[in-house]
Design a binder for this molecule. Sequence first.
Ligand code: ADP
Ligand code: MG
Length: 273
Amino acid sequence: MSRAEPLSSEAATPAIRVEHLTVSYGPVPALLDVSFSIPTGQLVGVIGPNGSGKSTLIKTLLGFLDPDFGSIKLFGQSLEQTRGRIAYVPQRGAVDWDFPITVREVVLMGRYGHVPWYRNLSAEDRRIAMESLELVRMSDFADRQIGQLSGGQQQRVFMARAMAQGGDILLLDEPFAGVDAATEHAILDVLVQTKRKGKTLVVVHHDLSTAARYFDSLLLIKQRLFAHGPPDRVLDSRLLSEVYEGRLLALASDSDAASPSPATTVSDEEAGS
Ligand code: ADP
Ligand code: MG
């Protein structure tokens, strides 16, 4: 921007503010006393070993789970007040792919939140849905059954659905898990384009070797928040070995953002938990 503009109160308020968040399914909390805030327009990665509470964090931000304790504010408002400003791309294992529905219909589902019960989807809704499919380069597949697509293609369709919702915050749970290199590029491209439009994105990610290249900042969690900050600070080998407890086969040696680092893998299977 060429001239200094006074910040509106919304611009100064973080997109997401989480304070002392504790969430549990049973006696042991999945998340314990987690606090952080994320400014508007950031692309944020959430990392941590299997079962560390990453999906729980996403589901709680969506209002699917009730916290035991703590608060969540989106743009300074409660989740109730901000319904419709947040869109979600679920973890792939969480979707029934045999459901008989076309790609176009999946993306149109993203528009229903905008349509009152007494009217049908408009031409505008259809245009927005097709535009979103275009963005993820899946327009040619609009009339296919979702179950007939490859995993990476399905992932892109679900991204298009989230884009069609038009939310200001996008939450994605492991969008890069098990996709081919072309899809990985397509997804990353959409994330970056979406960020440029001023949206805030929170992405669960388990590949530490790409985390430094993809994200503005990282949240490292294992029940508690271990670190939050720029990737070069969070991808610290001592911090990671503490959190991953030897399950890390190779550390992103110096988290060099410019060059591809050697394969960094986690020894246990990240099989759609
Ligand atoms: P991550 O996404 O980091 O792999 P999750 O948030 O899915 O981790 O899980 C965090 C912890 O909560 C794990 O110990 C997991 O077993 C437990 N958990 C997750 N979902 C449920 C559930 N529906 N019922 C009971 N325990 C759950
Ligand atoms: Mg998960």
